[in-house]
Design a protein around this ligand. Sequence first.
Ligand code: ATP
Length: 124
Amino acid sequence: MKPERHDFAASFRYACHGILHALKSEVNLKIHVSAAAMVFLAAALLDVGKWEWLSLLLASALVICAELFNTAVEAVVDLVSPESHPLARIAKDTAAGAVLVTAVFAAAVGIIVFYGPVTAWFKS
Ligand SMILES: Nc1ncnc2c1ncn2[C@@H]1O[C@H](COP(=O)(O)OP(=O)(O)OP(=O)(O)O)[C@@H](O)[C@H]1O
């Protein structure tokens, strides 16, 4: 049954519940969040600039958002099509493809941002 109308605080709680559920159930999301934490630590240690921080934050947020949407698509597909179906496969594979695209983008951003500071650190 659909819940009654709710306020902003309730919407915020539901959103946090969704994120926590995905964090508990999706290994890939745990990996992405851990990777983002390590990237932020490296960025702080290497003292990268404002625009580099912005790029890293944007790339990390994109990957995590894509993973959350992927989790949502998987749940809906499992709900409406527990049996094997070509359209269910397309929905899940496409959602996974979106995560892959954002992960490749994040890897490229990481290389662009860290290449200079890391080589300079090794030379020093
Ligand atoms: N109902 C279905 N009908 C057809 N193919 C499906 C169906 N469910 C899953 N698949 C196929 O199996 C693959 C794996 O599906 P699964 O639900 O295990 O997700 P997953 O990729 O393992 O996600 P995660 O590990 O993040 O939970 C899908 O990408 C799809 O190709």
